[in-house]
Design a binder for this molecule. Structure first.
Ligand SMILES: [Ca+2]
Ligand SMILES: [Ca+2]
Ligand SMILES: [Ca+2]
Length: 267
């Protein structure tokens, strides 16, 4: 009994001794990855109990070593995202840009797919900025030419782990926010002066919308669209799409020109 009480006391003392380190870790890493921090703390606690003969002398070193090792090697994996967009995309993971469309958004008919690899630990946040090509804020393309029109958009993506297993696909579970809509008065499509007569709505892009902590609960579910709706071209056929991957966009393929998309990937 005495021995058990002593052990409990020792654990409590060590817990108190390392609590300030844990607090520092939280502050320092809060902006990077909340989940990694939690994992690190859990591992530290385990180390402390097993190192009970060394007491507080070595606790600082133990904490520092374990936080470096466990977050890098034990929980981080390699993933690949395949993505096709009409017309442009940038992909972020936990707030970090992992790749963007290699063809400029200012290029007409820029239909191409991209493959990006990244390192992440579950759960991670995927955020994609997707843009339909528009010549001006009127929302139109080929302005002044015989085929002046509202362009349409669409995007599809799938994420696989290092074994090749699909771990995430685009679908209606993704959250979406449309930040550029034009033209609101669609009858301006054939207007001789669309920049003067097409109306548009541009919303502010939240500064931290790609971060893992961003609250997207006020956003709306992405809309799933069929291949017949989007008519995906070129790079789309270079990728073997999982049957569960859906083309998504806002609620209007033509008027919604810039769409922010987010999801969380858990294992
Ligand atoms: Ca493109
Ligand atoms: Ca458009
Ligand atoms: Ca387009």
């Amino acid at each position: 009994m005495l021995r058990r009480i002593s052990l409990l006391l020792l654990v409590a003392l060590i817990g108190a001794a390392c609590s300030s380190d844990a607090a520092d870790t939280v502050v320092a890493e809060a902006t990077d990855a909340t989940e990694s921090t939690e994992t690190t703390e859990a591992t530290e606690a385990t180390d402390e109990v097993s190192d009970d003969t060394e007491e507080t002398d070595s606790s600082d070193e133990t904490v520092d070593d374990s936080s470096g090792d466990t977050t890098e090697s034990a929980t981080t994996e390699s993933f690949t995202i395949e993505v096709w967009a009409d017309n442009w995309m940038a992909v972020y993971v936990d707030g970090e840009l992992v790749g963007e469309d290699s063809v400029s958004i200012t290029t007409e008919r820029s239909f191409n797919s991209e493959v990006f690899t990244f390192e992440a630990a579950y759960p991670f946040t995927l955020a994609i900025e997707a843009k339909d090509y528009k010549e001006t804020d009127s929302g139109l393309e080929y302005i002044g030419e015989s085929n002046q029109q509202m362009g349409d958009g669409g995007i599809i993506a799938q994420v696989s782990d290092s074994s090749g297993a699909i771990v995430s696909v685009t679908n209606g579970d993704w959250q979406s926010l449309v930040v550029h809509r034009a033209p609101l008065n669609t009858d301006c499509e054939s207007d001789a002066d669309p920049d003067a007569n097409c109306e548009y709505e541009i919303s502010e892009t939240p500064g931290d919308w790609t971060s893992i902590d961003f609250d997207d609960s006020g956003w709306t579910n992405a809309t799933e669209w069929s291949a017949a709706d989007v008519d995906p071209k070129l790079g789309y056929d270079e990728i073997s799409w999982d049957g569960s991957a859906e083309l998504i966009w806002g609620t209007d393929l033509e008027v919604d020109n810039t769409v922010l998309l987010r999801t969380t990937v858990a294992n």
